[in-house]
Design a protein around this ligand. Sequence first.
Ligand SMILES: [Zn+2]
Length: 506
Amino acid sequence: MGSDKFEDLERRRRGRKPPRRPVGLWVTIGVLLLVVLGLVGVAIFGGQEEPPAATEPEVYDVQILLKGDAHMTVGYGKAFDDPGAEAVGFGTLRDTDKVPLTVETEGAVDTARPGSFTVSYTAVYQGITKTVTRTVEVVDDVAPIISLTEDDGYTLPGQPYEEAGFTATDEIDGDLTDRVERREEDGVVWYSVTDAAGNKTEVKRQIRYDDPVAPVLTLKGKSTVDLTVGDKWKEPGFTAEDNVDGDLTDEVKVSGSVDTGKAGTYTLVYSVKDSYGNETTQKRTVVVEAAPKPTEPVEPTGKTIYLTFDDGPAKYTEKLLKVLEKYDVKATFFVVKTARLDLLDDIVAGGHAIGMHSVTHEYSQIYKSDEAFFDDLYAMQDIIYQHTGVKTTLMRFPGGSSNGISKKYNQGIMSRLVKEVEARGFQYFDWNVNSKDAEDARTAEEVYRNVVGSIGKKQNSVVLQHDIKSFSVDAVEMIIRWGLENGYTFKALTPDSPPCHHSVNN
Ligand SMILES: [Zn+2]
């Protein structure tokens, strides 16, 4: 404290009393009271003089009052606004009038440096120096900063987020990147870090999900399939695989259809969508060519007998094949799906003709609709093909084309079928010689008589027999001998054999 200031204080103390100080006022009142008491004392004691009291030296003191708390905190990097202190000087005996003093402040608070700082406030009065201190704590209340690297990419739905990067820095602790804790939840990545002072920062990143990749749709088989009218169309199949949804084969939709009953070019469109709406389509073309032109019948030379056997193969077929072999006679078998399909191969191996009769031979089934009929016909064709490798086009309608029983199930179906089977490249054969083995004939003798009697003078005879009947099979050798002796030739039916058609009754 400089001496100028000190003298200034002294001057102020000895000068007039500050009018606004209530302490000064009370002192005045006190002095007045003392004067009054003195006068009263003089009156009572007859104005006797008191001896003057010994003069004690005045004692001075300084009082410093801090503004604000003695212990303060200030945030790191913030300005510290010192509220300061007030000080007064006064005498403790007589000179009790308090004199404001100048307070000297010492000690700086560096808020760029966390820690504890002391600020001292000093005042001097009449040679008395007093100091009061204040503690200022610079605290780190600044949280770290987490910066996320911008991500232009995308995440496939259902996949974990592939981190694009981040950093964490703190003004005090520096790089805190290694201390960042990361968690992924409901499409959001949360990043959090806490600095040494306990300040926590948490930021989030919204994951951008996308799936720009469409499923892969693979067609099995050829993309262009060539068929002939009457061929069976069977979808070769397909697979669909998606990068997100996995196997989508069951979701593939196929539009379009193939009618192998009609020549034309059919397009099948396969499409599949993933759960993000990405769609893939594939196409398959099925070209159905017209059936080959109907085979022109070729008239055989000489009298010809076509032995035909329906409803087999069965256990008597083996015996029948032996008889035919013995005379080197070729016959025709219109087969059904029996338990002896193993004999189909023997029939073909014997040089005989084979043709479709029916899989089920159930009138109610095969004649309920055109479609049902052809399903049955093609199925039988397939069975023969599977067993023999022969794709035959020869056929015989169950009950013959003249059957009336089909009326029960579908009016007019026979009229349509006889045309349609030929349009599809089949040749159907009825018969013009009936052995009646499925009617009233009961013995080989009767079958023989019915057959040779019916052949009569016919140039071409198509004989109906059933190789599921033992007595009918037993008649075959007699018929062959009779035929050979009478100048007939036995032949198997071929696609160009002369047609033998009944008149249609439905
Ligand atoms: Zn039959």
